[in-house]
Design a protein around this ligand. Structure first.
Ligand code: AMP
Ligand code: MG
Length: 347
């Protein structure tokens, strides 16, 4: 096993172990200058640090309870969710709540903008690889070929009364839902008068305002080749920092290949196009989340080309050899903790 492969396997194991003992119930704690809230939802430990100790406990609890509410609407694995109703409708039109519909529309918009690198209908492939049930397997080429017929976001039909999927087409908002949840939380906290909060949802960070003293937050960017320390940090405020990396969920097959949960909808196989992680920074969390998944799928050349014309977001991509591709807008806010080859994307 090569060193790189060994590191990837180790990252897999360490990150999976990190999920154990997660907090199922909402835990709220008040200190002199902040609230901290913790909850396990959307398959992720969600932690919010809210610098507003005066905020009423019931108000914060109400805001945080939006997470299980969203999950109940959006989860593709929950048979009672709206998404499951849509996936199981066998070609019939389904009326959706405004939250689900809006997010599905955003997901389709990103699917189209990224030429299908993000494809909200990739779900049959995600299931075939066993990522939904954590029962991992390598599907046969013929099986993947057959499933690819059912993957195409252009087959989703929106009408005023609802949404229709052709029989066999299934959607999954797993690549965008946490970003949306971050938007919803920062929006609700802002409405409640909060000016400073940091919310961590797995690989996503959603920031409301700056630090309590008004200065910028310092957000570490994980090094996909080293769990022990971040590769660097960005200094930002009132934004989202979202990372997609294969190491978040992966398995090793009997031949020693590592397969991860971000699928290339062009091939049906987990995306191995030259990147180990993609971090996207921008105002809309849902967009950043979907784009981080899409850029990871695109690989370095296509992602750099895409980023040259998509100037709403900044991005940091880690190539397989550990070198970085970074949009020029991050020149002043990025600090690297070690020697790295960096190629800047000019726009
Ligand atoms: P993320 O952690 O945001 O990169 O999202 C990964 C999740 O997105 C997976 O668990 C799948 O549910 C879903 N997914 C995987 N590949 C794709 C893809 N190419 N397009 C859209 N969603 C995907
Ligand atoms: Mg994503």
């Amino acid at each position: 096993m090569s060193m790189k492969r060994l590191m990837s396997a180790l990252m897999c194991v360490l990150l999976l172990a990190g999920c154990a003992g997660a907090q199922e119930e909402l835990l709220l704690q008040r200190a002199s200058d902040r609230w901290t809230a913790q909850l396990f939802a959307m398959d992720t430990l969600i932690q919010a640090t809210v610098y507003a100790p005066e905020l009423a406990e019931e108000e914060l609890a109400r805001i945080m309870q939006n997470l299980p509410r969203l999950e109940a609407l959006l989860s593709a694995t929950d048979p009672d969710s709206e998404i499951s109703a849509l996936n199981g409708a066998d070609g019939q039109r389904v009326a959706l709540s405004s939250d689900t519909r809006r997010l599905l529309e955003t997901a389709v918009k990103v699917s189209s903008a990224t030429g299908g690198a993000f494809d909200v209908t990739a779900y049959p492939l995600v299931k075939a690889w066993g990522f939904t049930r954590k029962e991992y397997r390598v599907p046969a080429v013929e099986e993947l070929q057959a499933l690819l017929e059912r993957v195409d976001y252009r087959q989703i039909a929106f009408s005023e009364a609802g949404v229709t999927l052709p029989a066999g087409v299934e959607v999954d908002l797993g690549g965008i839902a946490k970003g949306y949840a971050g938007d919803m939380l920062t929006g609700a906290l802002r409405e409640a008068g909060v000016q400073s909060a940091l919310i961590s949802l797995g690989g996503n960070i959603a920031l409301l305002g700056g630090k309590p003293d008004g200065s910028k937050w310092r957000i570490g960017v994980r090094d996909p080749l080293n769990t022990a320390e971040p590769l660097g940090y960005v200094e930002v405020w009132d934004t989202n920092v979202v990372t997609s990396g294969g190491y978040e969920r992966c398995f090793e097959d009997e031949a020693g290949n590592i397969w991860w949960y971000i699928i290339d909808p062009a091939t049906g196989y987990p995306a191995k196009n030259g990147l180990l992680s993609a971090t996207v920074i921008g105002e809309e969390g849902a967009m950043c989340d979907a784009l981080s998944t899409a850029l990871f799928v695109m690989g370095p050349e296509r992602a750099a080309q895409y980023l040259r014309q998509e100037t709403e977001v900044e991005a940091l991509l880690v190539r397989e050899d550990g070198s970085l591709l970074v949009t020029g807008g991050l020149k002043d806010s990025l600090t690297l903790l070690g020697a790295r080859t960096v190629e800047w994307i000019a726009r």
